[in-house]
Design a protein around this ligand. Sequence first.
Ligand SMILES: Nc1ncnc2c1ncn2[C@@H]1O[C@H](COP(=O)(O)OP(=O)(O)O)[C@@H](O)[C@H]1O
Ligand SMILES: [Mg+2]
Length: 346
Amino acid sequence: MRSDANIAGPMTDPVPGPRTESAGEDVSRETPPPMDDTPIGRAAQLAVEALGRAGEGLPRPEQTRVMVVANQKGGVGKTTTTVNLAASLALHGARVLVIDLDPQGNASTALGIDHHAEVPSIYDVLVESKPLSEVVQPVTDVEGLFCAPATIDLAGAEIELVSLVARESRLQKAIQGYEQPLDYILIDCPPSLGLLTVNALVAGAEVLIPIQCEYYALEGLGQLLRNVDLVRGHLNPELHVSTILLTMYDGRTRLASQVADEVRSHFGGEVLRTSIPRSVRISEAPSYGQTVLTYDPGSSGSLSYLEAAREIALRGVGVQYDPQHPHIAGQNTQQEQQSMSEGRSE
Ligand SMILES: Nc1ncnc2c1ncn2[C@@H]1O[C@H](COP(=O)(O)OP(=O)(O)O)[C@@H](O)[C@H]1O
Ligand SMILES: [Mg+2]
């Protein structure tokens, strides 16, 4: 982690005035941190606490949790969520692998991983049956975080896979053959429901759907959910939507809270209580080959992803998440005792 990182981070709104409801890529303003009236000092304090809490560790899953980050809509925050959640979980002490399954390679870029055409990549794993261990690279900034990069070759894989044996389960097989111990595998899917996404849905038990708090948030989700049902029925009986994360939440617009209400009433318990605010820092970080966790650890975006990671880790072991209190107090399950920060012997 960078030692010169700006812990406080800008929390103020550089664009005063009424909020518009314009959607999309407009990331020209920072939204307040999760607690609306939080001044910068409090945010810095929270960052320190959050990162300190990382030292305490979180419960480790008993088995590797493979989470498929999917939504066939582009620009909803799949890649951003994959890399920042992965970094958060790693900072909380977990060993985490990000599999970049989008030919754009945005997750690889955001993790500072070289992915020019000659780099061994997930394409070689899927199409050439190369072992996953031969393409995985460590992420330099964050201990315990690894990435299987995507190169532009992957753009052809949707078609090349069609004629291959067991075309839907090639990623699953590669993961099963990967012997390094891992707590989490996060798979960043492309914005489509083709064979690459199907491979991810066959490989993982959990689907994580990021939903952008804008108009038409739920549009198209029916098709994703139907595909999840199909894959569960035919290829992967364990598959289920475990997690919905609201992204680019702007607490000052009525639209955002309406969308959030709608998503919560539609999905209920799967929706994380933590939502991710719209944050300039989040959108800036990838151009430095970093996650927001190292780019600006005290920013609202960084804190939210740390908190979302905590919630996901606790849910995974059936511990109720309480946003007000550190989870350790009063909990005494077996998994709690074997926390992620204890380290491993390998
Ligand atoms: N919370 C956020 N605040 C501001 N910008 C965001 C946020 N999440 C994502 N973005 C930006 O929105 C764009 C789309 O996000 P991305 O994660 O690439 O979506 P997807 O992978 O679903 O296509 C990117 O430019 C990204 O930097
Ligand atoms: Mg993406």
